[in-house]
Design a binder for this molecule. Structure first.
Ligand SMILES: Cc1cc2nc3c(=O)[nH]c(=O)nc-3n(C[C@H](O)[C@H](O)[C@H](O)COP(=O)(O)OP(=O)(O)OC[C@H]3O[C@@H](n4cnc5c(N)ncnc54)[C@H](O)[C@@H]3O)c2cc1C
Ligand SMILES: NC(=O)c1ccc[n+]([C@@H]2O[C@H](COP(=O)([O-])OP(=O)(O)OC[C@H]3O[C@@H](n4cnc5c(N)ncnc54)[C@H](O)[C@@H]3O)[C@@H](O)[C@H]2O)c1
Length: 490
């Protein structure tokens, strides 16, 4: 297998920048702006027309402009997932009386269609900022804090502002094992741009990145092995969902649980992966999917005196203000992966709206989450969830009841011959309100939304199913029936 580029396309040669002790007069020779935004992912979206009269420095060191979601995460990965879904649906046709198969996947066409679209959006976004946003100056290199209001780049550019937004995101956590750098040991930033499909892939990790890419590559005919230290995949989810998914995954992928990678060695065309148990795997490429670490180190955030969690995230209050020694630092805000415990794009987007409002309207600040945060995982089958599991609710001393509706007992489930899908609702017996919902099955990412709506607006499940029409025989009848069961159980 050849890689599209010998260097990881997303690697940044950024060294930690250690801040000096702030000194009086520091930053005097710096270029001064009304606002500095570090990170052109969700941070770029924050700078709307309402900032037209502000001078803004927009800093981003990514090889492609526009942040992780556009260039290396949610958007391209879901474009690959769509192709994988089409391939998987064709393969599944035999159970329904349809003979269909997938010819060898034209990887180059699949990949190039996706990146032609996202690269064009990235290029257009940069052009918009550089050519048609006269108040915005774009800086394309790594910056670090010199003091709490001054940033300095490796090349010596110094910028200063009273208001700074830190939206610098996160990066893949490196593999803790003995290995020499090898172009076939990849992270999620890199794996989508490989030159050709490998015959085999070992994925290290058991979270969303692992299971989404396992679905993509296995649907494209790659022999996939997952190595995870946990006893099952997606361990943070509702236990029944995690168990059902793990059982289904084990039928399609080689699954090695409670295993750690000890070493990776190159042997000719292949990599030899040695696990702590002594098991040896031979593979063409390895995908490291062991979570992400916030970019606070490259920013020198600790040395600048900002409060950090033990996992390296910036501490912010409900208004997204950055803290130093427990107190908000005037004018400084953070958002997205660099500060949020929930590393999701819709969370970063919401926080960007909060920050923009609070900068523009300091006398009428807003903050906090608008409701439960849904999380959809685009693997096969899809998974979506929010809120508490039944076990969480009981542990919190809440009088909760949980009900489960299987897909296979609905007309949609008959049509698709679904055997694995279900929807579990966790409901507060006192109020009838939804505390959580956990869905595994086709269209889960869409089916979750009426439940998010009900929970966000404090609706009781009483009357929720009967008080509206549900199109028959759509997948949404799974949710309708679950709500009817919940009402009966109260
Ligand atoms: C493979 C994958 C799939 C995902 N799929 C989904 C999904 O389906 N749905 C979902 O909601 N979420 C998904 N996520 C998570 C989502 O991508 C992130 O939560 C989101 O991109 C975070 O956005 P952000 O604005 O915080 O940071 P980013 O978009 O990462 O922006 C930060 C920017 O700051 C720049 N930067 C960092 N440090 C510095 C510095 N010191 N100086 C200058 N610039 C700097 C970086 O180059 C980067 O461009 C996925 C993540 C991955 C890895
Ligand atoms: N559909 C989506 O919304 C989506 C898709 C992909 C990624 N994401 C986001 O991107 C982030 C990264 O995803 P991820 O799957 O890489 O991370 P994750 O943190 O969810 O999972 C990481 C996996 O690696 C394992 N791991 C961590 N450290 C390890 C170590 N030292 N040794 C062995 N195993 C280790 C964990 O046990 C876990 O199985 C997540 O926060 C997720 O929310 C979201």
């Amino acid at each position: 297998m050849r890689l599209a580029c010998s260097q990881p396309s997303w690697s940044r040669a950024c060294r930690p920048i250690v801040a000096r002790e702030p000194a009086p007069g520091d930053g005097a020779d710096a270029r001064t702006f009304d606002l500095i935004v570090v990170g052109a992912g969700s941070g770029n979206a924050l700078v709307g027309p309402e900032f037209a009269h502000w001078s803004v420095a927009l800093i981003d060191d990514g090889e492609r402009f526009g942040g992780t979601s556009l260039n290396a995460a949610s958007i391209p990965s879901k474009m690959f997932v769509h192709v994988a879904d089409v391939a998987a649906a064709a393969e599944a046709g035999s159970r329904l009386g349809l003979s269909a198969s997938v010819d060898p996947v034209d990887w180059a066409r699949v990949r190039d269609r996706i990146f032609a679209r996202t690269d064009a959006v990235s290029d257009a976004g940069l052009l918009f900022r550089q050519a048609t946003s006269p108040n915005v100056t774009v800086f394309r290199e790594t910056f670090g804090f010199e003091d709490q209001h001054t940033l300095m780049s490796a090349s010596g550019v110094r910028l200063r502002a009273d208001r700074i937004v830190v939206a610098a995101g996160s990066r893949p956590r490196p593999l803790l094992a003995a290995y020499d750098p090898d172009p076939a040991i990849l992270d999620s930033d890199e794996v989508m741009r490989i030159e050709s499909l490998p015959e085999s892939l070992v994925i290290v990790g058991g979270g969303p990145v692992a299971v989404e890419f396992a679905h993509v590559f296995s649907s494209f005919g790659v022999d996939v092995t997952i190595v995870t230290r946990s006893e099952r995949l997606l361990r943070g989810l509702d236990v029944a969902v995690s168990e059902r998914f793990t059982a289904s995954a084990a039928q399609r992928w080689r699954l090695l649980t409670e295993e750690l990678v000890e070493a990776i060695d190159r042997v000719g065309d292949h990599l030899a992966v040695t696990l702590e148990s002594g098991t040896q795997l031979e593979t063409e490429i390895v995908l490291v999917a062991q979570g992400r670490i916030p970019n606070t180190d490259t920013l020198g955030a600790a040395a600048a005196g900002f409060d950090l969690y033990s996992d390296g995230r910036l501490v912010v209050d409900s208004r997204q203000r950055m803290l130093s020694r427990g107190a908000p630092v005037p004018g400084l805000y953070a958002l997205g992966d660099i500060s949020s415990a929930t590393k999701l794009k819709h969370v970063a987007n919401h926080e960007a709206r909060v920050v923009a409002h609070n900068i523009l309207h300091p006398d009428a600040p807003i903050g906090g989450e608008p409701g439960p945060v849904p999380h959809a995982i685009f693997t096969r089958p899809q998974i979506a969830h929010f809120g508490l599991t039944e076990a969480d609710a009981l542990a919190d001393g809440i009088d909760a009841v949980a009900v489960t509706q299987d897909y296979r007992h609905t007309a949609y489930g008959w049509a698709t011959e679904d055997e694995t899908g279900f929807c579990t609702l966790v409901v507060d017996r006192d109020t009838g309100e939804l505390l959580g919902a956990h869905i595994i099955g086709p269209e889960a990412s869409i089916l979750i939304q009426p439940l998010v709506l009900a929970a966000s607006f404090g609706m009781s499940v009483r009357g929720l199913a009967r008080g509206q029409y549900w199109p028959h025989p759509a997948a949404s009848e799974v949710v309708e029936n679950a709500l009817l069961k919940a009402e009966e159980a109260l």
